[in-house]
Design a protein around this ligand. Structure first.
Ligand SMILES: [Zn+2]
Length: 310
């Protein structure tokens, strides 16, 4: 073997070692690593050396099914830590699951979590002819509105508007429907349909002031066929709160809000059987239990660096 060839092979071996070492220098923390069905969790990633581009965190079942995924974002420009916020679908199976960290199609790290079980309530809702038509009649405008909403909640931005626990959008504790309710709609023509309630309903009278549940930016303030007067606020990369059936809207797209700012008044616009506020949170498009955001800080920088700096 010539000297040149030997040098070439040595160099290749060294490069392989370096990339292998890089792959070994990725730390992953999942907070909490025992989320319940329908609850959010944060994936922290700390990489020593070159950071692969377009890092993505993916929730994968033990059987290999991908349930939810989100792009990683920079938590702090002065820190090597990246994070992604995900949510367990309320329809997932409880038990062991995995978190993949991917760069493009390459798996660069992996962690394990346990999804905890919970029971969801069942409810039956009878709809009159008007509300039946709102749910069942095909309408190109409904499709356009649904495509626009999907485009908004599919976007993972870069801005971190809040580091706090969320607050409730109304002061009344009276809830008329709960997150994850398994619903049967009884239509006026005798047929029925099933769905899962994506948020929490508060039975408040028309005109009740509605508060932003956390600081953020208004990304939609518009009338929609099914959800009536609607507001969507972006809070964290891929994390949005949604407010439906408002009587009036007091904000416009682009408005920057503090937690507690008034976004409008409750009502019964769109598909509603009475005045109420529908409050929903989306995480990487998945509906996520709002109570989890009130109970704890979803992106806690101190906890993240504590887990990853050890
Ligand atoms: Zn609702």
């Amino acid at each position: 073997m010539t000297f040149k060839k030997t040098m070439f092979i040595t160099l290749c071996a060294w490069l392989l070692c370096v990339s292998f070492a890089h792959a070994q220098n990725i730390k992953v923390a999942v907070i909490p690593d025992t989320p319940r069905l329908g609850e959010p969790f944060t994936v922290g990633v700390k990489i020593q050396g070159a950071v692969p581009s377009q890092l993505r965190a993916v929730l994968v079942t033990a059987a290999g099914q991908r349930l939810n995924s989100a792009l990683c974002f920079t938590v702090d420009p002065n820190s090597p830590i990246k994070a992604a916020i995900l949510s367990v679908p309320s329809t997932a199976q409880a038990g062991p699951a995995r978190i993949y960290i991917e760069s493009g199609a390459t798996l660069v790290a992996e962690s394990r979590i346990t999804i905890l079980d919970r029971i969801f309530a069942s409810e039956e809702i009878s709809l009159d002819a008007h509300n039946t038509a709102l749910r069942t009649v095909a309408d190109p405008q409904k499709t356009r509105e649904s495509n626009l909403l999907w485009a908004i909640i599919s976007h993972t931005g870069k801005d971190i508007y809040t580091n706090d626990k969320f607050i409730l959008p109304v002061s009344t504790p009276r809830r008329t429907s709960f997150f994850g309710d398994r619903r049967v709609f009884r239509y006026s023509n005798g047929s029925s349909d099933r769905s899962i309630h994506a948020g929490v309903d508060y039975g408040v009278p028309t005109g009740t002031k509605i508060k932003a549940c956390a600081a953020g930016k208004v990304v939609l303030a518009a009338s929609r066929i099914v959800t009536g007067n609607s507001v969507i606020i972006e809070h964290l990369p891929g994390v949005y709160s949604l407010y439906y059936h408002l009587n009036t809207i007091a904000v416009a797209a682009g408005t920057i809000l503090n937690a507690g700012d008034i976004i409008g008044e409750s009502g019964a616009t769109g598909l509603a059987t009475g005045p109420h506020l529908h409050w929903e949170i989306r995480v990487a498009t998945e509906n996520s239990d709002p109570d989890a955001f009130v109970a704890r800080v979803i992106l806690d920088k101190a906890v993240l660096s504590d887990k990853l700096e050890k």
